[in-house]
Design a protein around this ligand. Sequence first.
Ligand code: 5GP
Ligand code: ZN
Length: 119
Amino acid sequence: MAGEPQADCLFCKIAAGEVPATVVRETEQIVAFRDINPQAPTHVLVIPKAHYRDAATLAAAQPQLVADVLREAAEVAAEEKIDATGYRIVFNTGAGAGQTVFHAHAHLLGGRGLEWPPG
Ligand code: 5GP
Ligand code: ZN
């Protein structure tokens, strides 16, 4: 069923606490944890606990959850004190764009200068 945990999904396991992660924020719907291979001083992944393969699938199925992810990303940015200097929220979608984990997630990046356009 849409949104149900997938046995072979790393981020479902992190959401369930079965794989350890450095969690910085958690609500009933989302969990935010530090990326294991950070690309910036703050690099936090914000995920819905429900499983959707990418942001587009999530948005089509549960638009309110997209809003939850974005709101909680902003809360983490404030907690990390990168809200004043600026931050970037990225949803890599598809292997060609660098998506490697097919459970929707927002990258929250900040704490250094961020070039635009990105690579
Ligand atoms: P994607 O490439 O799919 O947009 O992002 C997946 C992210 O998950 C990558 O930035 C990668 O470093 C991170 N990642 C992969 N495995 C783990 C893990 O076991 N724990 C944590 N905290 N992050 C992970
Ligand atoms: Zn999953």
